[in-house]
Design a protein around this ligand. Structure first.
Ligand code: NDP
Length: 444
C-alpha cells in the first residue's frame, strides 16, 4: 500500500474532470513515496494533503467588446497554489483550451519549479479561455484591460506576480501593466516580462529557451558525455520558448531541423533559418507554414504529431502539454535520440516519460529544464526592488548558474533516494523538500 495513495484519491474526488491536474499530481506523489517514508512527521503534519490543495482559486468574468462592437464574455482564472517560500509566481495563459484543471496542473508544477530555482518564489498560475488568434491589436488591448480590471485586486509585488505563458508575450503584458498602473496609481513590479523601458529585464525574452539548452547541455555532458555540438535537434512549437531554444542550440553548434505550430510542422534538413522564423512569428504573427515560401527546399506537413518521426539526436518539445505520446517516444528512441528536454510544461505523456527513463535517455522534465523563464522573472523582480538593471551578460550568467545548480540539485536528490540519473524523481524531490520544510516550520 502506497503511503500517499489516499492523498491521490482525495485529489481525484475533489477535482473531478481535471485529468491534467490528476496527471501532474500523480507523477509528483509517485516520486515522493520514499520522502514520505523517510519523513513520517510530514505525513502527520498533513504536508502532502495540504500541498495538493491550492491556497486560493479565483474565477472571474471578462467582458470585452470586439472591433464590430459585439460583446464577448470569457472566463478568467488565477490559482494561488502555495506561498510558503515567497509570493505566488507563475504565468498567464490565453488559449481556448484553458480551464480550471489546466491552470491547477500548471500552478501545481510551478510550486516545485520555483523552489528549484533557489529563489524565494511561491507557485501560482492563471489565464483565460480567450483565443488571441486572429484578433486585432485593439481587441487584444481591450481584452487585457478587462482581464486586469479584476486581476489587480488579487496581485501585488509581495503577494502574487504573474508573467507570460502561451498567448501572452510582451504586447499583452504591456496592456495589462498599463491598466494596473491606471487603477492603482502605482509603478511597481506586479508583472514580469515587462518592456525594457518600463522595468523589464534583459534576457527575460530569451530565458526559457536558453535555460533549457543550458540545462540539457550539462545533463547530457554529465550523464552521457554528449553535447549540442553537431547534434541534430527537433523542436516543437514556434513561440517564445521554441524560438530562443533554437537560437541557443545553434550558438552551441547544433542543427535544428524542424519547428511546428498547432497546424503543422516544417522540416528544413539544411537547418532552420531563424531570422525567417522570427520575422514570421514575432513580427508578422503568421503561421509557420509561411516558412516554405522563403525556403522552398524545406517541407511543410499538416498536423503536428508527425514532427517526432524526424530522425534526431535531441528532441525539445516546446509547444504544449501531452504533445509527445508513447508512440512518438518509441519512434524517437528507435531513431537513436539520446536527449529529450521539456521546454513546455508536461509535454510528454506518462507512458512516454517511462519509456525515456527505461531506455536511459537523458530526460529533462519541464519542472527543471524550463525553469529558466521563471528564474529570470525572479531576477526581474530583484532588479525592480533595487530600482536598478543588470546587463544582458550579468543576467545570462546568473541564468546559466541557476540552470547548472538545478541540474546538480535534481541529480543529487535522485542519487540520494536511489534513483540515479532519474531527473523526474530528482526534480520533484529537490523542489518538494524546500517547500515542505517551510510549510512545516510555519505550522498548519
Ligand atoms: P507561445 O504562445 O509563444 O507559443 C506556443 C507555441 O506552441 C506556438 O507555436 C503554438 O502554436 C504551439 N501550441 C500551443 N498550443 C498548442 C496545441 N494545443 N497544439 C500544438 N501546438 C500548440 O508560448 P510559449 O513559447 O511561451 O510557451 C510554450 C510552452 O512552454 C508552454 O507549455 C508554456 O507553459 C511553457 N513555458 C513557457 C515559459 C515562458 O517563459 N514563456 C516558461 C516555462 C514554460 P499556435 O501558434 O498554432 O497556437
Amino acid at each position: 500500500m502506497k503511503l500517499l495513495a489516499n492523498v491521490m484519491e482525495q485529489v481525484v474526488k475533489r477535482n473531478p474532470n481535471e485529468p491534467e491536474f490528476h496527471q501532474a499530481v500523480e507523477e509528483v506523489l509517485d516520486s515522493l513515496e520514499s520522502v514520505a517514508e523517510k519523513n513520517p512527521q510530514w505525513v502527520k503534519e498533513g504536508i502532502f494533503d495540504r500541498i495538493v490543495e491550492p491556497e486560493r482559486q479565483i474565477i472571474f468574468r471578462i467582458p470585452w467588446v470586439d472591433d464590430n462592437n459585439k460583446v464577448h464574455v470569457n472566463r478568467g482564472f488565477r490559482v494561488q497554489f502555495n506561498s510558503s517560500i515567497g509570493p505566488y509566481k507563475g504565468g498567464l495563459r490565453l488559449h481556448p483550451s484553458v480551464n480550471v484543471g489546466i491552470i491547477k496542473f500548471l500552478g501545481f508544477e510551478q510550486i516545485f519549479k520555483n523552489s528549484l530555482t533557489g529563489l524565494p518564489l511561491g507557485g501560482g498560475k492563471g489565464g483565460s479561455d480567450f483565443d488571441p488568434k486572429g484578433k486585432s491589436d485593439g481587441e487584444i488591448m481591450r481584452f487585457c484591460q478587462s482581464f486586469m480590471t479584476e486581476l489587480y485586486r488579487h496581485i501585488g509585488p509581495n503577494t502574487d506576480v504573474p508573467a507570460g505563458d502561451i498567448g501572452v508575450g510582451g504586447r499583452e503584458i504591456g496592456y495589462m501593466y498599463g491598466m494596473y498602473r491606471k487603477i492603482r496609481n502605482e509603478f511597481t513590479g506586479i508583472l514580469t516580462g515587462k518592456g525594457l523601458t518600463w522595468g523589464g529585464s534583459l534576457a527575460r525574452t530569451q530565458a526559457t529557451g536558453y535555460g533549457l539548452c543550458y540545462f540539457m547541455d550539462v545533463a547530457m555532458q554529465s550523464i552521457k558525455g554528449k553535447s549540442f555540438k553537431d547534434a541534430t535537434v527537433v523542436i516543437s512549437g514556434s513561440g517564445n520558448v521554441a524560438i530562443y531554444a533554437t537560437e541557443k542550440v545553434q550558438e552551441l553548434g547544433g542543427k535544428v531541423v524542424a519547428l511546428s505550430d498547432s497546424a503543422g510542422y516544417i522540416h528544413d534538413p539544411e537547418g532552420i533559418k531563424l531570422d525567417t522564423v522570427k520575422q514570421i512569428k514575432e513580427v508578422e504573427r503568421k503561421r509557420i507554414s509561411e516558412y516554405i515560401k522563403h525556403h522552398p527546399k524545406a517541407t511543410y506537413t499538416e498536423g503536428c504529431a508527425g514532427i517526432w518521426s524526424i530522425k534526431c539526436d535531441v528532441a525539445l518539445p516546446c509547444a504544449t502539454q501531452n504533445e509527445l505520446d508513447e508512440n512518438a517516444a518509441k519512434t524517437l528512441i528507435a531513431n537513436g535520440c539520446y536527449g529529450v528536454g521539456e521546454g513546455a510544461n508536461m509535454p510528454s505523456t506518462p507512458e512516454a516519460v517511462d519509456l525515456f527513463i527505461e531506455n536511459k535517455i537523458v530526460f529533462g522534465p519541464g519542472k527543471a529544464a524550463n525553469a529558466g523563464g521563471v528564474a529570470t522573472s525572479g531576477l526581474e523582480m530583484c532588479q525592480n526592488s533595487m530600482r536598478y538593471s543588470w546587463t544582458f551578460e550579468e543576467v545570462d550568467t546568473k541564468l546559466k548558474d541557476i540552470m547548472v545548480n538545478i541540474y546538480k540539485n535534481a541529480s543529487d536528490a535522485a542519487k540520494e533516494y536511489g534513483k540515479e540519473n532519474n531527473l523526474v524523481a530528482g526534480a520533484n524531490i529537490a523542489g518538494f523538500l524546500k517547500v515542505a520544510e517551510a510549510m512545516s516550520a510555519q505550522g498548519v
